[in-house]
Design a protein around this ligand. Structure first.
Ligand code: GLA
Length: 381
């Protein structure tokens, strides 16, 4: 891989690179739509990464090429970067360079070549992987001395303010902070993280990723509306964020909210509690006990938060019916992927059952991957 992407870089940019970096996509085990409520999540990095080959330039130009692009190189002037001026995949790497400069970082141009194995449009954080690869590479190349959570903030700012996607911090934190063999217990308010050992194979388990291959157009506007609804609820309750509402206080709080905000608040508060319980189960060496929490989390996303869709619901139902210990949609929703926790010996049967159910419903067959807790962003060459 390393030798190949270096050769590709030399062919495209005409000189040798200074280094190669990789940043992973993620699945979130539990804790969905909690990050922008200052809450908790438990993502883990995928083995699939965005690989970035880079070399600084002294002339202030940013030259971007992607193996997944149209073959053309995009040339931008770093000093002219501004929100809304770059479209397509290039807005993620360009946005990170812009965001670093907005923070007053002394960064200039570069030749970049990206080659990503993270599936796009599958809810597996392919854009965060691109951003984080660039953030980590720039941090190293320009000797910025930024800590990992700060790099994640830069990447999130690029996505929010440059690419115009109002996401939270989970995907970027997962991409830069995850460690091999562990899930990441993330506090989205403080950006404190704890590595929670997640030994699937040692417990005879596997985590399947069922990419439904549907992405609903409404996603961006709907995500922003949900986020605004949560923020309004927190204001009405006199709280800094919904993170500050404990599960025990929920019944009293719900009675003080307009009806349309009740299910949103119920999801966020119970989901934060599910993250806590999941972490306890993993700490107790009982990863199979995650199963029911995953399925309960899905029901809450479907019934209260309204971000599932017929395809993700069918994937969850058919996986559980075929023996999965638990299953849920992962990521923002409105399509994307479902994770299913399965006993190793039952993995094939679950994948087949979901595929058969999709065929029977007239849906495109899902793409099946396996999630293995993998390393976060790093220099690889
Ligand atoms: C998307 C966003 C994240 C998070 C999830 C839902 O993946 O990018 O910040 O809000 O949705 O948990």
């Amino acid at each position: 891989m390393n030798a190949r992407v270096r050769r590709d870089f030399e062919r495209i940019h005409g000189h040798a690179p200074e280094g190669v970096w990789a940043a992973p996509g993620r699945v979130n085990l539990i804790g969905e739509h909690t990050d922008y409520n200052d809450g908790f999540a438990l993502p883990m990095a995928l083995p699939q990464t965005a690989v970035l080959v880079a070399r600084r330039r002294a002339d202030g130009l940013l030259r971007l090429h992607s193996a997944q692009g149209d073959g053309r190189t995009t040339t931008l002037r770093v000093a002219d970067l501004a929100p809304g001026t770059v479209s397509g995949w290039a807005r993620y790497p360009a946005g990170v360079v812009w965001a670093l400069r907005e923070r007053g970082m002394p960064v200039g141009g570069a030749d970049l070549h990206l080659d990503s194995a993270v599936p796009t449009g599958a809810g597996l954080s392919s854009s965060a992987a691109l951003e984080c690869a660039v953030a980590v590479a720039y941090g190293d190349l320009y000797g910025l001395g930024l800590r990992r959570p700060e790099l994640a903030r830069v990447a999130q700012y690029a996505e929010n303010a440059f690419a115009g996607v109002p996401c939270g911090i989970m995907d970027q934190m997962a991409s830069v902070c995850c460690a091999e063999g562990s899930a990441l217990h993330l506090d989205s308010r403080t950006l404190e993280v704890r590595q929670v050992p997640f030994d699937l194979a040692g417990h005879g388990l596997r985590l399947l990723v069922l990419d439904t291959r549907v992405a609903h157009d409404l996603a961006d506007g709907a995500y922003a509306a949900l986020r605004a609804g949560c923020e309004r609820a927190a204001r009405l309750l006199g709280l800094p964020a919904l993170r500050d509402l404990a599960e025990a206080e929920l019944p009293g709080a719900l009675g003080r909210l307009p009806a349309e905000l009740v299910p949103l608040v119920r999801h966020v508060v119970t989901e934060n509690a599910r993250v806590g319980r999941a972490v306890e189960q993993l700490a107790a060496g009982q990863p199979s006990a995650l199963g029911p929490l995953l399925t309960a989390g899905h029901a809450s996303l479907r019934d209260d938060y309204g971000v599932s869709c017929p395809e993700t619901d069918l994937a969850v139902e058919s996986a559980v019916a075929a023996g999965a210990l638990g299953a849920r949609m992962t990521g923002g929703g409105f399509g994307g992927s479902v994770i299913a926790l399965v006993r190793a010996e039952g993995a094939g049967a679950v994948a087949e059952a979901v595929t058969a159910a999709f065929t029977a419903a007239g849906y495109r067959a899902p793409a099946v991957l396996e999630a293995v807790p993998s390393a976060g962003a790093r220099r690889i060459g």
